[in-house]
Design a protein around this ligand. Sequence first.
Ligand code: NAD
Length: 264
Amino acid sequence: MIASMQGKRGLIMGVANNHSIAWGIAKALSTAGAELAFTYQGDALAKRVKPLAAELGSDFLLPCDVEDLASVDAVIAAIKERWGKLDFVVHAIGFSDKNELKGLYADTSRENFTRTMVISCFSFTEIARRAADLMTEGGSILTLTYGGSMRVIPNYNVMGVAKAALEASMRYLAADFGPRGIRVNAISAGPVRTLAGAGISDARAMLNWNVKNAPLRRTATIDDIGGSALYLLSDLSASVTGEVHYVDGGYNIIALPVLEELRK
Ligand code: NAD
């Protein structure tokens, strides 16, 4: 069996530039034969996303800010009109005020807690519900999470809480949509240098720590994540749903850093 996406059509949400995880995923899907639509957040990003989409032969670009539900509805309506149905969706969207991605979690404001939850967590449910209605022949839905959902990562703070809720949402959605042949999964990626990643205080030090201490002595590239996403979005993973799949060089299995580090 090979991972063919020939004849499959999907929506990629969350490309900001060519460092975005969503871009790594889009490249893998396109190489496997998928036809792609892209959303972009605002005109500033349109300039970056348009040429990237064109590189993969797509002229199907739609504005979408998940804080504005009307723009989510407009995306779904446009897909319905042009394609009639949908086979997969990638949700690679996250945001929190960078002033609260440092210091203590205890100091999180109510305003930023709510905004982080809506953009980084609840948008997945809102998008999945609408997309599922277009998945008339089954489908696969994927979101991106991070190990700060399960364990305390310094500075990740409210994003860790939002990712925990996102992972729980993913499991509930998998149960809701499973009887309709729609699978829902998450990739928990190791640290990657992206715009969103740079918003977390000490991001570079955290990435270096992962590289030093992960069993594979590396962190995931966006192409590594693309390969795993291709598996989860294709029929290769036909019986897999409700899973958090780690793509992090194995970092999540480690409880103590490597001994050389401890002896220093
Ligand atoms: P990125 O900055 O390239 O992508 C984040 C995307 O979220 C951008 O395209 C941005 O436009 C979009 N976004 C933010 N607010 C939005 C809104 N209101 N409406 C619509 N779109 C909005 O960074 P990335 O690292 O590729 O992030 C993609 C996903 O991967 C996020 O969920 C992130 O939490 C997750 N993730 C990142 C890392 C990492 O280390 N970079 C690790 C694990 C998981």
